[in-house]
Design a protein around this ligand. Structure first.
Ligand SMILES: O=C(O)CCC(=O)C(=O)O
Ligand SMILES: [Fe+2]
Length: 357
C-alpha cells in the first residue's frame, strides 16, 4: 500500500515507531520532503555556507608526549577555549579502520528495515543498543533527517555479544584505539587549569562511553530539513569521524556558522557540556548542527564520553578559587542526562540545568 505522505501520524508511525527511518522514507519512493520534516525558517540552513573554519587547522598529536609537548598542549587549550572544536591528525587510529567504520555504517543502515527495527528502544534485545530516528521525535516541531544506532560500552565481551553484527568489531576497535588519546586531551586541558585528577575520578568522569553511527540519507530538498539541529554535546569530550560529504557546522562567537571541513584521516574533537561546567566556563561546549545534502548519504561516527550517572559534576574547586565565582552548581549527572534527553535540541539550553542561580 502506498504511504500517505500528507498524514503526520501515518508518517510518524512509519518512520519512527516502525523503525523504517528516514532511509525507509526515501526508499518508499518519496520525492519531496513531507511537512513533518520541514524545519521552521529559523532553523533552516539556507545555502551551504561557504565559510570554512580557518581556526580549525588540524592539530598534529604526534609530539603531544614528545619534545613538542608544550606547543601541542597550547594549541589544544586554545582551541578548546575559543571554538570548542578542533581536528586532530596522528591520533593513533589507523586510516584503514576509519575507512572500515564508514563502510560498516553504510552496511548497517542500508540493510532491510526489519533488521534495524529489532534495535528500537522498546524492543531492543539489549539495553546497550538503541536504533532510531531524530533526537526526541515525539517532542520535536520537525523531525531531524537522521537515523542512528547507539552502542553503549560496558566491557569488550558485552560489546561483542550485543552490538549489531555489522559494526561491532570496528566500533569497538575505534573506541579502544581512540580512548587513550581522548583521555590524554582531557588531562592536558585539566592540567592547564591546575587540576590533576586521580585515575579513579577521571574514570568516573569518563565512565560512560558510547559509539554512535549516524546516517543522513540524501535529501531532495536540503534547504527545508536539518540533519541534526543546534545543540551541544552533554559529556566531556566527543571524538567524531565524518565522511567526505561535509555539513558539520559550528557556531562562532559572532553568531556566524562555520563548517568543519572533512579532512581525510583526521578526527574531529569537541568539548561537551560537562567539561564546560568542570572548567567553570573556560572550555567551550560548542553549539553545532548538521546540514543535509542531495549529493549522497552522509555517515558520521561519534564517540561520546560522559560521567557515570552516579557522578556529581560542578566547577572544580581549583578553578572556582581562581575565578572567584562558581558559574555552575553541582548536579548529579543522572539528572543532567535525564534533562538532556527529554528536550528537543535547542542550542546550548541544556547547560541551563546546571547554571548557578
Ligand atoms: O554528524 C555529525 O557530524 C555530528 C553529529 C552530532 O553532532 C552528534 O551526534 O551529536
Ligand atoms: Fe553533537
Amino acid at each position: 500500500m502506498a504511504l500517505n505522505y500528507e498524514d503526520r501520524d501515518t508518517l510518524f508511525n512509519f518512520v519512527v515507531k516502525e523503525g523504517n527511518g528516514i532511509k525507509g522514507l526515501i526508499d518508499s519512493g518519496m520525492s519531496c520532503v513531507p511537512q513533518p520534516f520541514v524545519q521552521p525558517l529559523s532553523e533552516r540552513i539556507a545555502t551551504p555556507n561557504a565559510q570554512t573554519c580557518e581556526a580549525v587547522q588540524p592539530i598534529d598529536l604526534s609530539e603531544l608526549d614528545g619534545p613538542g609537548h608544550k606547543e601541542v598542549a597550547k594549541q589544544i587549550v586554545e582551541a578548546a577555549e575559543t571554538l570548542g572544536f578542533f581536528q586532530v591528525v596522528n591520533h593513533g587510529v589507523s586510516v584503514e579502520l576509519l575507512e572500515l567504520l564508514k563502510t560498516s555504517a553504510h552496511e548497517f543502515f542500508e540493510q532491510p528495515p526489519e533488521n534495524k527495527a529489532v534495535y528500537l528502544k522498546e524492543v531492543s534485545p539489549s539495553n546497550l543498543v538503541k536504533y532510531g530516528t531524530s533526537f526526541v521525535p515525539e517532542k520535536e516541531k520537525a523531525i531531524e533527517w537522521k537515523d542512528y544506532v547507539s552502542m553503549r560500552y560496558t566491557n569488550d565481551d558485552e560489546a561483542l555479544q550485543n552490538w549489531p553484527q555489522q559494526c561491532r568489531e570496528v566500533a569497538l576497535d575505534f573506541l579502544k584505539s581512540s580512548m587513550a588519546m581522548v583521555k590524554r586531551i582531557v588531562e592536558v586541558l585539566l592540567e592547564d587549569v591546575g587540576v590533576i585528577l586521580e585515575e579513579e575520578r577521571i574514570n568516573g568522569l569518563m565512565g560512560t562511553k558510547m559509539v554512535n553511527m549516524n546516517y543522513y540519507p540524501t535529501c531532495p530538498s536540503p534547504e527545508l530539513t536539518i540533519g541534526v539541529g543546534r545543540h551541544s554535546d552533554m559529556g566531556m569530550l566527543t571524538v567524531l569521524l565524518q565522511d567526505g560529504i561535509g555539513g558539520l557546522y559550528v557556531k562562532l562567537d559572532n553568531g556566524d556558522w562555520a563548517e568543519i571541513p572533512p579532512l581525510h584521516g583526521a578526527l574531529v574533537i569537541n568539548v561537551g557540556d560537562t567539561l564546560q561546567i568542570l572548567s567553570n566556563g573556560k572550555y567551550k561546549s560548542a553549539e553545532h548542527r548538521v546540514r543535509t545534502t542531495d549529493i549522497g548519504s552522509r555517515v558520521s561516527v561519534p564517540i561520546f564520553t560522559a560521567p557515570k550517572p552516579s557522578e556529581k559534576i560542578g566547577p572544580l574547586p581549583e578553578v572556582v578559587e581562581r575565578d572567584g565565582v562558581a558559574r555552575y552548581k553541582e548536579v548529579l549527572f543522572q539528572d543532567y542526562m535525564n534533562n538532556f534527553f527529554s528536550n528537543p535540541h535547542d542550542g546550548k539550553k541544556s547547560l541551563d540545568f546546571a547554571r548557578a542561580d
